[in-house]
Design a protein around this ligand. Structure first.
Ligand code: AMP
Length: 228
């Protein structure tokens, strides 16, 4: 079973790399944020509970999150392995995952850190704008709209969410980066941490992840030539 974890600060590009990596390894992506959003949509008790935290921009408590994740890992399509995106986000979650895998005689294959310096994370996060009509995302520097302040897709007005304003981003980020540092330390100690430079373009980050997995013996080099 291949269990590959994608780690990185918000805005590091995990969501962009996850499908490329999952495709390369032939396993599904399990993203706890998506699982929570679907539980909220379905109105399950777990969804209702999680929603209170998500709306406030906080992490959902570890016990709820671990339960949701382990439930998903028990489904048939995850038996050959998974790419985890957005989990674990705390050291407690990391330990719970280790324990659950150990019960099946498995372990985390690799934790891939997409490394982006803190000031760059701030720059990426604080330039986010979204449209009023449908929440289509833009970025002042990386993906600006054709006409400033107007959505390319539906013509509605663009605005900056209160929690995307720089001071709020800084506060939220400080909390999240602290927890991320604990998770990174956990996998470094376990000897499965692989780190790639997240300041490169999308293709170069993907190639660096690929090379790191080949070096770690989790993918073979011949396949990687097929991919490119
Ligand atoms: P994401 O889509 O990964 O940004 O997640 C959206 C929201 O879901 C987060 O802001 C948290 O409230 C919650 N969430 C997702 N994954 C986790 C996790 N591993 N631990 C705690 N909360 C999470």
């Amino acid at each position: 079973m291949k269990v590959v974890i994608l780690l990185g600060a918000p805005g590091a590009g995990k969501g962009t790399q996850a499908p490329l990596l999952a495709n390369r390894l032939g396993v599904p992506i399990v993203a706890t944020g998506d699982l929570f959003r679907s539980a909220v949509r379905d109105g399950t008790p777990l969804g209702l509970e999680a929603r209170r935290y998500m709306d406030a921009g906080q992490l959902v408590p570890d016990d709820i999150t671990v339960r949701l994740l382990l439930d998903r890992l028990g489904r048939a399509d995850a038996h050959g392995g998974v790419v985890l995106d957005g989990f674990p986000r705390t050291a407690v979650q990391a330990a719970a995952l280790d324990e659950a895998l150990a019960e099946r005689g498995e372990r985390v294959s690799a934790a891939v850190l997409i490394d982006v310096p803190e000031d760059e994370v701030m720059r990426r996060m604080s330039g986010r704008w979204i449209c009023r009509a449908a929440g289509h995302p833009y970025h002042a520097v990386f993906s600006p709209p054709h006409t400033p302040g107007v959505c390319d897709i539906d013509g509605s007005e663009l605005y900056q969410r209160a929690d995307d304003e720089p001071d709020t981003v800084r506060a939220r980020m400080a909390q999240q980066l602290g927890a991320l540092a604990d998770v990174i330390a956990h996998y470094r100690t376990a000897g499965v941490l692989l780190s790639v430079d997240g300041l490169q373009g999308i293709d170069d980050v993907a190639a660096a992840i690929d090379a790191a997995l080949v070096e770690a013996g989790l993918a073979d080099a011949v396949e990687s030539e097929d991919v490119r």
